[in-house]
Design a protein around this ligand. Sequence first.
Ligand SMILES: [Zn+2]
Length: 208
Amino acid sequence: MNPSFEALARQLADVGRHCYERGWALGTSGNFSAVVRKEPLTLAITTSGVDKGLLESSHIVEIDARGRVLQGSGTPSAEATLHLAIVRARGAGAVLHTHSIWSTILSDAATDGGVTIEGYEMLKGLGGVRTHEHRERLPVIENTQDWTAAAPEIETMLRKHPEAHGFLIRRHGLYTWGKDLAEAKRHIEILEFLFEAMGRKRGLAWQP
Ligand SMILES: [Zn+2]
């Protein structure tokens, strides 16, 4: 049986505070969601404007597939349409979005539409990856303030890159997901580790 909305709200609040503590979602940045029900689709998702260091389960609402609030109070994240697009395109059980320093720098430095990571042992923390020889390609998309308009384009991009475990938004941050919240959290940790390792290794040469 799937966890209840209340249980997922508590788990999302824990994950959000963890990301804040690691410096990946400072201030009100970042947003986090998990699927409550698949049919009809509903999501537990963070509300906008909440300091992630103070995130509690009362800051999580349940929304339907059109982003309407079914349970809880507050306005769902402005990027809720993006979370829904990722769940539809990937069949994800949870979607996590951070605004870390290294994802911001690497997204800015990518000149060929994506960031490629290969040869690192930590890649094996990504779902389905068995060897450090794996080549992970994360698409980089341009930033916008209108994710409702951009969501169909993102869904198309995700279907075009079925092997990607995440994507970056330029000068903005990382989106990743997993079959459940535990896997999505692991993907955040693995990808943030790899971004920092790559960023530190390349230093100023990596800058655009
Ligand atoms: Zn964001």
